[in-house]
Design a protein. Sequence first.
Length: 74
Amino acid sequence: MRIYIKVIPKSSQNKIEKMEDGSYKVWVTVVPEKGKANQAVVKLLSKYFKVAKSQIEIVGGKTARKKIVDVDTK
């Protein structure tokens, strides 16, 4: 499935919230340098959807706060 997320880096906690429009807001504690925030987002999403990290791929917005993510839930 394809989801749309907005990432808030340098937060005080790691959490995910589903918004009314079906998108997700993801808070991560790490800074957005050298892909660290993206790695944290993938790790958090893998726990949230109960899938392996290899089943999650950021397909759009790798350097932006708004991202398009494919999650393979099979």
